[in-house]
Write a protein that binds this ligand. Structure first.
Ligand SMILES: [Zn+2]
Length: 57
């Protein structure tokens, strides 16, 4: 079974939030093996920590 990840973001500045789903391959391609992922808010461009969780499907 393939691993999937759920990445949850919540911007402390403008309050927008979002969830994205990535497969293991996509995670490695984009972020490597880094456990802490930082993303830019698409609204205000603030860099924020993303909460990454493994998900079953
Ligand atoms: Zn923001």
């Amino acid at each position: 079974m393939k691993k999937k990840y759920r990445i949850k973001t919540s911007c402390p500045q403008c309050g927008c939030s979002g969830v994205s789903h990535l497969s293991e391959e996509e995670m490695k391609k984009r972020y490597g093996d880094v456990p802490n992922i930082e993303l830019e808010c698409h609204e205000c461009m603030m860099v924020m920590d993303a909460d990454v969780k493994e998900s079953e499907n």
